[in-house]
Design a protein around this ligand. Structure first.
Ligand code: HEC
Length: 218
């Protein structure tokens, strides 16, 4: 009987020790700055095929790979409401010729919503991207009843196509090549973590010093 309890006790202790170790090692590995960017790298790759609105790749990089012909095909989703030829008629939505680089709601004679018209600034690649992710979020109260384009590729392609219809704005510079950009992330992610750890260590050292000073004074 006693023996059984002892065995049960050791099994329990072993289990607790194993649990403790896995919690600690979990903490350790999560705190390890080098592991994070690796995981993030995989996530970024996944985004390209993902059908979600999350947009981790900057539009400038998407545009560099954009395909105007593919964008024309995506634009079929817009032609129920929009023309894009020069001098084309307004439909349910305004004519979109030469719209990049123009103020929000620039087409004369189209009855825009106040929601869209009141947005300051010109259309550019970034705000056009945000608009096409979700018109409703970009301009709450807009009359454009279109859910949005979930795929970053679709948005980049259609924006490239729209740009080719009159606007012809130069594409923004992509950050750099992909590989160095990932390398930078390692540095970026690692540096603050290290700095934090150093700061924390310093604080502990200070507190210890203060405590021993206080003890000495007493
Ligand atoms: C169901 C009809 C509909 C569809 C589909 C639609 N739009 Fe629109 N769009 C509108 C309306 C209506 C407006 C005016 C919005 C307002 O005034 O709030 C608009 C406005 C716009 C504007 C702003 C133009 C300006 O002069 O400021 C852009 C850009 C635009 N749409 C692009 C697109 C693109 C690209 C697509 C396809 C991916 C698309 N729209 C699909 C109805 C539509």
């Amino acid at each position: 009987m006693d023996n059984n309890n002892t065995i049960a006790g050791w099994v329990l202790a072993g289990g607790i020790a194993a649990l403790g170790f896995s919690i600690l090692s979990g903490k350790y590995f999560h705190a390890d700055g080098n592991e994070r960017p690796e995981t993030m790298g995989y996530i970024i790759e996944g985004v390209e095929t993902a059908d979600s609105g999350t947009d981790e790749v900057p539009m400038s990089m998407m545009l560099a790979k954009a395909d105007i012909a593919a964008g024309e095909a995506v634009f079929k989703k817009c032609i129920a409401c929009h023309t894009i030829n020069q001098g084309g008629a307004n439909g349910i939505g305004p004519n979109l010729y030469d719209s990049l680089g123009k103020p929000h709601g620039h087409v004369a004679g189209f009855a825009y919503s106040d929601a869209l018209k009141s947005i300051e600034g010109d259309w550019n690649f970034d705000n056009m991207n945000a608009w096409l992710i979700s018109p409703r979020k970009y301009a709450p109260g807009t009359k454009m009843t279109f859910a949005g384009l979930g795929k970053p590729e679709d948005r980049a392609n259609v924006i490239a196509y729209m740009n080719a219809q009159g606007s012809n704005l130069p594409y923004p510079e992509p950050p750099t090549e992909e590989a160095p950009a990932e390398g930078e992330e390692v540095v970026d992610a690692g540096a603050p973590a290290e700095a934090e750890a150093a700061a924390a260590a310093e604080q502990v050292a200070e507190e210890t010093a203060e405590a021993s000073e206080a003890a000495a004074e007493e």
